[in-house]
Design a protein around this ligand. Structure first.
Ligand code: HEM
Length: 441
């Protein structure tokens, strides 16, 4: 047995004994202990920061590399996209202070310059890839249309959709990502944009094509995006002649100091909503369920005290941030944590790493409900702060309350949960099978 224990290291042996994981002369490793053991036996190279292993579980990497941050790492290996043969390197910010500082300093950390956009690998997005003054103008106009009131009005409808989706799924094992966490945000955005119910299936096809990088060809993707843009274009001009109760009408009508949005900006904004609002929310919903399924006591506590729902959502945003990494480019040489980053370099902002920095959040690897979470950066900070944060929070609240109403317990299914590993941008599940016990509901 000592040989086996030798492998996991002395410090961990004590912890394992303390946690009573050694039974009847056999070492039984819990998933937590297995992860710790792996961690102790691994090398954490910055160049692996965006490897599939580190996309699926970045936290050991963040823990081991944070002290050396900013780290120079491979953001994208060569040979994945046409025209990018060499690895694309960047500076990774893993400390809370550096991430916060870069997000607030949009003059030094530009969103408009992005090597992947310049090489034609990803399309530029309005707002997200704009710097002031263009960003300020667009954001002012869009803020006029994407209001809290609009979201509040949508709440009963979202609650209805949440119930409908759960009515459709059986009582046995259910992949909660595919059956619930994916369709809910797509339906919400379709509704926001004013897409009629019967056209939802087409919209879903467009949205899948827009979001899918790996499962369809580039040509198929472009065809779908063009079809969708033509549809939104028609809709925008129809709304210009006769308004309706939807976001496109509000965008068409939005005016600040004599300025309004042009059609191409409205189309760009519709595309942005699909990209920025779907997978992020899916990941938040999946991450919440994944955290709670292993905490049955907390589930019971939540069923009795719904006042805790909001804390659970905020702590999930910190503990398993759905947006993992986005890029900036330095407009001048800058020093962070004593390390010089030259002008014109690509910088990776790791939101989830900042949210697990002990200097920002004591005992960051513990999921706790007694924290001050006002400063977490899961929705960003500064001028690019997430426009959809209130909507994402509403979708999460409705989801959690609906699940709590219906299911006395949550259990893991027999099939394994699978984290997505295709994109370093987001952190979430591809599959999360759960047993939903309706308990006579
Ligand atoms: C849990 C869900 C979500 C998370 C974690 C999230 C996260 C983020 C983050 C980190 C940013 C900042 C990007 C940056 O620093 O450059 C951002 C921006 C943005 N998000 Fe979200 N988001 C979520 C849901 C949504 C939803 C539902 C929508 C809309 C329907 C949305 C729309 C946007 C837009 C338009 C921006 C760009 C804002 C700007 O550049 O001014 N997001 N989001």
């Amino acid at each position: 047995m000592n040989r086996v224990l030798g492998f996991v290291g002395e410090g961990l042996q004590d912890t394992l004994k303390g946690r009573r994981l050694i039974r009847r002369d056999r070492l039984i490793l819990s998933p937590w202990a297995r992860r710790k053991a792996m961690e102790l036996s691994s090398n954490f190279s910055p160049d692996d920061l965006n490897s599939p292993v580190a996309i699926a579980d970045p936290y050991p990497f963040f823990r081991h590399l944070r002290a050396r941050s900013p780290v120079n790492y491979i953001h994208l290996p060569g040979g994945i996209f046409p025209g990018i043969d060499e690895p694309m390197r960047a500076w990774g910010l893993l400390k809370y202070e550096d991430v916060y500082g870069a997000l607030r300093d949009h003059d030094t950390f530009s969103s408009a310059h992005n090597p992947l956009i310049e090489k034609g690998v990803v399309p530029p997005l309005v707002l997200v890839n704009d710097d002031p003054l263009r960003h300020s103008r667009l954001r002012r106009l869009v803020n006029k249309a994407f209001t809290l009131k609009r979201i509040e009005t949508l709440e009963p409808w979202i609650a209805g959709i949440a119930s409908e989706l759960l009515d459709e799924i059986g009582t046995e094992e259910v992949d909660t990502i595919q059956s619930y966490a994916m369709p809910l945000p797509v339906k919400v955005i379709a509704r926001l944009l004013g897409i009629p119910g019967e056209e939802y299936v087409t919209f879903k096809r467009w949205s899948d094509a827009t979001l899918s990088v790996t499962t369809i060809t580039l040509e198929e993707r472009m065809t779908n995006i063009q079809e969708m843009m033509a549809y939104f274009g028609k809709m925008a001009s129809a709304r210009r002649s006769q308004g309706a109760e939807d976001l496109i009408t509000a965008l068409v009508e939005a005016e600040v100091e004599g300025e309004s949005l042009e059609d191409w900006e409205i189309l760009g904004f519709c595309l942005l909503l699909l990209i920025a609002g779907n997978e992020t929310t899916t990941n938040l919903l999946g991450n919440i369920l994944n955290i709670l399924v292993d905490r049955p006591d907390l589930w019971q506590q939540l069923r009795e005290n719904r006042g805790l729902v909001e804390h659970v959502i905020e702590e999930t945003l910190r503990y398993e941030s759905p947006v993992r990494e986005l890029l900036r480019t330095t407009t001048r040489a800058v020093e962070m944590s004593g390390i010089k980053i030259p002008q014109g370099e690509t910088v990776g902002i790791f939101y989830g790493a900042a949210n697990r920095d002990p200097s920002g959040f004591p005992h960051p690897d513990e999921f706790r409900l007694d924290r001050d979470l006002r400063q977490h950066v899961a929705f960003g900070m500064g001028i690019h702060y997430c426009l959809g944060a209130p909507l994402a929070r509403v979708e999460a609240q409705i989801t959690l309350n609906t699940f709590l109403d219906r299911f006395p317990t949550l259990r893991r299914g027999s099939a394994p949960a699978v984290r997505q590993t295709a994109s370093p941008v987001v952190f979430g599940f591809q599959h999360l099978p759960l047993l939903l016990d309706k308990g006579g509901y």
